[in-house]
Design a protein around this ligand. Structure first.
Ligand SMILES: C[S@@+](CC[C@H](N)C(=O)[O-])C[C@H]1O[C@@H](n2cnc3c(N)ncnc32)[C@H](O)[C@@H]1O
Length: 160
């Protein structure tokens, strides 16, 4: 399996329709504008392919600051993360829920599922504190969205 390191704000180094699924795990909330990235995800998906994405739940990002920021505005905040012993500012972008769903539909995706999944019950004994937190507080939001399927004729078969 090949590993490519890319900036998701750039064109992806893959052919049109190359993938059945794209998984974007906890990455879209680092991007101010989802539009160009979602357009690329859609381009590299085959017709009918799925984008499966998780993001910080939009409610979470409004609890860090007092006074609370405007929920309906797209705004950023920064956390310092440590990489190889070095402190690096990570910039997060918060958006209201409707801005997220609008970004998917504007990019031509159809919303299939929005979910707030609970942790796997098997994690209760292994990570009791984390399990309690994750099962009682809003943390992540998951989306499954579909690229438009192949055009079909009146007989339901793909058009030639
Ligand atoms: C919270 S981590 C998630 C990592 C992994 N996907 C997961 O679910 O465990 C966020 C990741 O987003 C990456 N990231 C942030 N901005 C990015 C960008 N513009 N292009 C590509 N990756 C980016 C960071 O490098 C980091 O690896």
């Amino acid at each position: 399996m090949a590993l490519h390191v890319v900036d998701l704000r750039d064109r992806l180094p893959f052919a049109d329709g190359a993938f059945d699924d794209v998984v974007a795990s906890l990455v879209l909330h680092y991007l101010a504008d989802w539009g160009p990235t979602l357009a690329e995800f859609r381009r590299v998906l085959r017709p009918g392919g799925r984008l499966i994405a998780s993001v910080d739940h939009p409610f979470v990002a409004y609890t860090f600051e007092e006074p609370r920021p405007d929920y309906f505005a797209t705004t950023s905040y920064t956390f310092d993360w440590r990489f190889n012993g070095q402190s690096v500012p990570m910039r997060f972008w918060r958006k209201p829920l409707h801005a997220m769903t609008d970004a998917f539909t504007t990019a031509g995706f159809r919303l299939t599922a929005i979910s707030e999944p609970q942790p796997d019950p098997a994690a209760r004994e292994l990570f009791p504190d984390g399990f309690h937190d994750l099962s009682t507080k809003t943390t992540f939001l998951f989306f499954v969205v579909a690229a438009p399927g192949p055009a079909t004729g009146s007989d339901g078969q793909p058009e030639k």
